[in-house]
Design a protein around this ligand. Structure first.
Ligand code: MF3
Ligand code: CO
Ligand code: CO
Length: 274
């Protein structure tokens, strides 16, 4: 049985589309950079959301993709421009006036912008003031998990190779990988095929080809991998209420490796080749 398959041709971007993805990716990365100066004890996650909204709409003249996104039967659309996920919140945390950051919190900000019809999607962790040893370690491990997945991106490798590299690394650190949420193809569609699972088996799933764009966004838990959805139908928390951390980049598969479309200026990406 052949457990790999070829992607539909529509997932391969043209040179024009890739140029637009680069622009959108750069704008998304810029938001994570600029919000850093505002993250301190006492600030509310709603204030952070408002700063991002203003910059995306007024300065970048782009569209916050999360605002108004994702209405479904029994679930309202998301009403904010960023997700703010603090401590045991795994993802999709809703910015709120009453959620004030405090010293030692770990915060993930996830932002997606649409520019000229194309999406750029990225997230990262911030530590408020001084974090515990565990807080610092889980953030580092989540970032390294994303990088381990990125390292195996090149034509001929598979989506399963990415998941396997991430899972192997995270479990070797005695943390766990969230199963219910995954990376995704991205372009004019926010959440497109393929699903990029952050666990799995080598040499399985879709074969990577030059010109594909997708996200890698592992969520790493300090305890069990299981999650629970809160009554607001968005906020995802760890089942055991232990810490969770996540990093996300939007990447382009190139001839020999990948290009990070949401790279930030200060980020060391020297281990990756395009
Ligand atoms: N940016 C998230 C992702 O990485 C999706 C957030 S959807 C929202 O795919 F509606 F919660 F904002
Ligand atoms: Co995202
Ligand atoms: Co994403």
């Amino acid at each position: 049985m052949n457990s790999t398959y070829q992607a539909p041709r529509r997932l391969i971007k043209t040179a024009d589309e890739i140029e637009k993805m680069r622009v959108a990716g750069r704008l998304a990365a810029e938001i994570l950079d600029l919000i850093k100066a505002h993250i301190k004890a006492g600030v509310s996650t709603l204030e952070l959301d408002q700063i991002c909204y203003n910059h995306i709409v007024n300065v970048q003249q782009a569209i916050p993709a999360c605002l108004g996104y994702g209405a479904a039967p029994g679930r309202p659309a998301f009403q904010h421009s960023i997700c703010t996920s603090v401590n045991h919140v795994v993802c999709h945390g809703i910015p709120s006036e009453s959620k004030l950051l405090k010293n030692g919190d770990i915060l993930n900000i996830d932002v997606t912008v649409i520019k000229d019809g194309y999406h750029g999607d990225t997230n990262m962790m911030y530590i408020v003031g001084e974090g515990s040893v565990l807080a610092n370690r889980i953030c580092k491990v989540a970032q390294e998990a994303m990088y381990r997945g990125m390292e195996v991106v090149k034509p001929g490798n598979t989506i399963g190779d990415i998941g396997h590299a991430i899972q192997k690394y995270v479990e070797s650190e005695r943390f766990s990988v969230v199963r219910e949420y995954c990376g995704h193809g991205i372009g004019t569609v926010f959440h497109d095929d393929p699903q990029v699972l952050h666990y799995g088996q080598p040499k399985t799933g879709m074969v990577l080809e030059e010109g594909m764009t997708f996200t890698i966004e592992p969520m790493v838990n300090a305890g069990v991998w299981q999650t629970r959805l809160l009554g607001d139908k968005w906020t995802v928390v760890t089942k055991d209420h232990k810490l969770s951390a996540q990093y996300e980049h939007t990447i382009l598969v190139t001839a020999n490796g990948l290009e990070v479309l949401t790279a930030r200026p200060e980020e060391d990406l020297s281990r990756f080749t395009a």
